[in-house]
Design a protein around this ligand. Structure first.
Ligand code: M6R
Length: 616
């Protein structure tokens, strides 16, 4: 959701702000705006509803003088429609000399607005954010101390916010604050940056500092000072961004999504790197941050959306290999139902962004009740990583397309590593078997590449089904979360009805949906093992075929039984049944990408969606 960028330094502020907002576009937004302060001309603000190019064209038509300090914002509307007036920045004070941008929701804004209205303040938007601009300006007009005014206001706000504020009287200072919303500092040489995430400034610096909960930043070209809302100084922790600006560009692909699907052999390989020895043994150094791991008697996975489906795969793996009971909880449901948590519960939080508010709140809730938190996260410096006892980073690189692809397969890979590592730690399986699984896992990046090399048929099928009104997905065991993920990709990208079912559930209701020509994609389990569900799913295919369904199956190479019953089959390499989840989702990603592209839809920024859901 909302993208934020701030810059102070000798460079071109307009370039930094507009470039930063461009790279933050993926977060999802519906209006954009900037404010800069010139040495001569004072505060200037420009903001426009619509995509960033509307603002850029407006600036081209009537140029703004460049400056050495400024703030920029892309807004994902919450309070008030996406109009020019509701776009950020918002100005505050009698002479409108203060400019402020906000990401989040100020929950007590109505009460604060009433107070300001009673004092005669005039509002020019319907947003909650404008309240903060007027409050800071009013406090500053009283005290003459901008930092103090800012501090006193942020202490009055409830809810979630990242705020950036500049004032015409202070041509070298950006004030920023964060609570329950992301903010990162970029450290330059004689210049400094602020961003909702490092994408905002990675083109200029790789040195970054993440800002903690309830902290205030005073950013100048030559200095950065961080303190708590209460005024206590904080020594911030620096980190180095491990990807460059080019990895967040399309690199010749027609869309970020297409590029990120193609990135998967590397994303999976990088996530395994250094964690899996060539003899197949697994040891996660990250476990060192978690004492009492051997005493854990229950694991609760909290996540949302695609990350929760990766959690479902991790659950099957942890239970099978490490023999620890696992439940997967949608983070937004979890903390509202008195879940049972104690010091022997390990919370495994999964999030690409590490900023999903529902997941963060679930983690905080569990920590307050004594649980330890292990997270799987793709974003360095993210709030989730800061608040976890240990973090396993998926090294998938920046994921820009709103629909998650490479982060998902990297999350599953990390989940498989967690399961194997726990099994080693607790001696839950014979060493030889564990090594065998580890060696199988080592093959995964090459197998992912093999799948990608053969997806042509799936592309054609995606195009061929572009007029479908509804597509159903079936799977069992780890194929079930993969079926749900396949359906989610179609909903997100192609805006058509799609649903994933556990194939065993079919006869309990969903089979009533099957009629002549209904497309059904079936994720067929591996034929391996005595307990294989393969024969049962083949029967399901026959049952739906008998009722007119058009079946596309995703099955192992050499699965001749499926070849003979399905209308179309896409083959994936043979691997361990749990690891097949990583391979079988790829054709479903391609199918959704091609179907949505054939409909002429924007696959990188689907309607109504934001990449990182930073409000509840
Ligand atoms: O950043 P997170 O992994 O916490 O995001 C969780 C979900 O919002 C996310 O996976 C969402 O479902 C994606 N749009 C799926 O493609």
């Amino acid at each position: 959701m909302c993208g934020i960028v701030g810059y102070v330094g000798p460079g071109s502020t307009l370039d930094v702000l507009l470039g930063g907002l461009k790279r933050l576009e993926y977060r999802g937004y519906d209006s954009a705006g900037i404010s800069v302060i010139n040495q001569s001309g004072g505060l200037q603000t420009r903001k426009k509803a619509g995509k960033l190019n509307v603002l850029v064209e407006d600036l081209a038509g009537s140029p703004m003088a460049d400056a050495h300090i400024g703030i920029g914002h892309t807004r994902w509307a919450t309070h008030g429609a996406p109009t020019d007036g509701n776009a950020h920045p918002h100005l505050g004070g009698e002479h409108l000399k203060l400019s402020l941008i906000h990401n989040g929701i100020i929950e007590n804004f109505a009460e604060l607005k009433a107070e300001l209205l009673a004092a005669g303040t005039k509002f020019s938007s319907e947003t909650d954010s404008e309240v903060a601009a007027h409050l800071v300006a009013r406090e500053y007009e009283k005290s003459g101390d901008l930092t103090q005014a800012f501090r006193s206001v942020v202490n009055r706000l409830h809810g979630a916010f990242t705020l950036l504020c500049i004032h015409e009287d202070h041509k070298d200072l950006i004030l920023a604050a964060r609570r329950n919303s992301p903010l990162v500092i970029g450290l330059g040489d004689g210049e400094n940056f602020l961003g909702s995430d490092v994408a905002a400034f990675v083109e200029y610096t790789k040195k970054a500092v993440s800002v903690g909960q309830d902290e205030i930043v005073e950013l100048r070209a030559e200095s950065v000072s961080v303190s708590t809302f209460a005024g206590e100084p904080v020594t911030p922790k620096e980190f180095t961004v491990d990807w460059d600006a080019s990895s967040a560009s399309k690199g010749g692909w027609p869309s970020f999504m297409a590029k990120e699907i193609a990135d998967q052999p590397q994303a999976v390989g990088d996530t395994l790197m250094g964690r899996l020895a060539s003899d197949g043994s697994v040891k996660l150094a990250e476990f060192a941050g978690l004492d009492q791991l051997s005493e854990v008697n229950r694991i609760t996975i909290v996540a949302c959306g695609t990350a929760a489906y990766a959690g479902e795969v991790a659950k099957y793996a942890i239970e099978k290999w490490a023999k620890i009971p696992v439940s997967v909880e949608l983070a937004h449901e979890f903390r509202y139902r008195d879940p049972i948590i104690d010091a022997k519960t390990l919370i495994l939080a999964i999030s690409q962004s590490g900023e999903t508010m529902d997941t963060l709140m679930a983690v905080r809730y569990a920590k307050e009740r004594g649980a330890k938190v292990l997270s799987i996260c793709n974003t360095q410096g993210a709030t989730l990583a800061r608040e976890s006892d240990a973090t396993i980073y998926t090294h998938a690189g920046p994921e820009v397309a709103v629909a998650s692809t490479k982060a998902f397969t990297a999350q599953i890979t990390a989940g498989l590593l967690v399961a194997l590592s726990l099994s080693w730690l607790r001696k839950a399986m014979p060493e030889a078997e564990l090594k065998g699984l580890g060696k199988e896992l080592l093959k995964l990046p090459r197998q992912v590449k093999k799948v990608l090399d053969s997806v042509g048929h799936m592309r054609d099928l995606g195009k061929a089904f572009s007029n479908a009104k509804s597509i159903l997905f079936l799977g069992r065991n780890v194929g079930y979360p993969i079926a749900m993920e396949g359906a989610l990709k179609l909903k997100e990208l192609a805006y058509i009805h799609a649903e994933g079912f556990a194939a065993g559930e079919l006869k309990h209701g969903p089979i009533a949906l099957i009629e002549e020509g209904q497309p059904v994609i079936v994720v067929v389990p591996s034929q391996k093992g005595e307990d294989s569900l393969h024969p049962k799913v083949v029967s399901n295919i026959q049952e739906i075929k008998a009722r007119g369904a058009k079946v596309i199956a995703i099955a192992e190479t050499g699965d001749t039984q499926v070849d003979s019953v399905a209308d179309e089959v896409f083959h994936i390499p043979v691997t361990s049944p749990l690891m097949a989840s990583v391979l079988s989702v790829i054709p479903l990603q391609i199918f959704a990408l091609e179907l949505a592209s054939a409909k002429g839809l924007d696959v990188d920024q689907p309607r109504n969606l934001a990449k990182s859901v930073t409000v509840e």
